[in-house]
Ligand binder design. Structure first.
Ligand SMILES: [Zn+2]
Length: 394
């Protein structure tokens, strides 16, 4: 598995580089690589074109035909899917899927299982060549794959992993939707190439986060971590659904922001935005100079800066990526978050502090779930049970 992990992290590489990195004798390494080539997980590509004389060294890469992984993002009235090949290339994006009821029932898990098989068909891949599926669920997900919806937060979790794995017959990973978005941004978007990153996402029911330290996503043994929405930013504020007072989420959820906007309108603050506007519209209006929308986002930026300062200082992660609809508020909003955050960040980190928007499209949640599935499958050897048809026939 170490060989696959290295090829995954560093991209196409030579046998020499692999044996150096692993501290392994060339003969042993060659035996391992030969096995992986035979099993169709690795392949050789164009020889090393460095212009050196003598025998060019073969370059070893993951084989895109080693199988695929599927990722789903599932929320209220929301189901998107992505299929990745073994190298991580996007083979299919599906944003036209019908979402089953957002609940932990057998019918919903059946529907999710059917969706995975449907995506494999659409991608032109036989069902048994799906190596793993990642599912990003909204609300709360535990490390064991348990799932709590907001409506049933205090009931025992539903065993989403235990329900899905037998239905699909392959490895399933279940994770929090914010972490899935964060993972996609870290690997392919605004955080690409960064070792350390804080990602924050404003959702309809709360605020999510994803944290990277030394290139790895921080996940505790409980799985419930990175709850930046429950950092207290206003001691005298409103009661939060968690039971605390003045959590970031009481100010920063989509619902709270939309309520605050309506209150300002009712108080006679000038605005061109029609009543009942959603967060995306409010953000666009603020970016275009609307007064009431601007006030809502100014309060949000101040609160967000205070909460983010705790995360940046605790983890030592000066790269901050802001996801979701907030990007429509453009530069002035980021500048305001920066202005709230910067004075609260410790010396040594503050010089490297940057606040930027996420850059990936809305299917990034499913993409992140698929990425998690792919990295898990590579690490655990789920791509290895592939027997090349030539061997199977013999
Ligand atoms: Zn709270």
């Amino acid at each position: 598995m170490q060989v696959l992990g290295l090829v995954e992290r560093h991209g196409p590489t030579t046998r020499r580089a692999l044996s150096d990195a692993l501290g392994m004798h060339a003969a042993s390494l060659n035996r391992l690589v030969a096995g992986l080539l035979e099993r169709g997980v690795l392949r050789t590509v164009d020889s090393d074109a460095t212009g050196r004389r003598g025998r060019p060294s073969e370059v070893i890469a993951l084989d895109p035909d080693a199988g695929v992984v599927v990722g789903l993002e599932f929320g209220r009235d929301r189901l998107t899917g992505v299929v990745l090949d073994a190298t991580g290339t996007v083979a299919l994006v599906a944003d036209d899927l019908e979402a089953p009821p957002f609940e932990g029932t057998a019918a919903t898990f059946d529907a999710l299982g059917d969706t995975v098989r449907q995506l494999a068909r659409r991608a032109g891949v036989a069902r048994e060549r799906v190596r793993a599926t990642g599912i990003a669920l909204h609300d709360v997900v535990t490390a064991e794959g348990g799932w709590h919806t907001q409506e049933r937060l205090h009931d025992p979790p539903v065993d989403a992993l235990g329900e899905l794995e037998p239905r699909l017959g392959h490895r399933v990973v279940v994770d929090d939707v914010s972490r899935a978005f964060a993972l996609a941004e870290h690997r392919y978007g605004a955080g690409q190439g960064e070792s350390d990153m804080v990602y924050v996402f404003i959702g309809s029911h709360g605020v999510g986060g994803g944290f990277f330290v030394n290139g790895r996503m921080v996940v505790s043994s409980t799985g419930i971590c990175g709850e930046i929405g429950h950092v207290v930013v206003d001691e005298g504020g409103e009661r939060c659904q968690c039971g605390g007072i003045g959590c970031l989420e009481t100010i920063a959820s989509q619902r709270a922001l939309e309520r605050r906007f309506e209150a300002l309108r009712a108080a006679g603050v000038a605005t061109r935005v029609a009543p009942g506007a959603r967060l995306g519209t409010i953000c666009r209006a603020a970016g275009a100079g609307d007064k009431a929308a601007g006030l809502v986002l100014a309060d949000l930026a101040d609160a967000l800066g205070r909460a983010l300062a705790s995360a940046v200082n605790l983890l030592g992660t000066p790269v901050v990526v802001v996801g979701g609809d907030l990007r429509h508020a453009a530069g002035p909003f980021l500048a305001r978050v920066d202005a709230s955050l910067r004075p609260r960040v410790v010396a040594g980190l503050v010089q490297r502090l940057t606040v930027r928007y996420a850059t990936l499209p809305p299917h990034a949640g499913a993409w992140g779930a698929a990425t998690l599935a792919r990295e898990t499958a590579l690490r655990e050897g789920a791509f290895l049970d592939h027997v090349p048809s030539a061997l199977a026939a013999s």
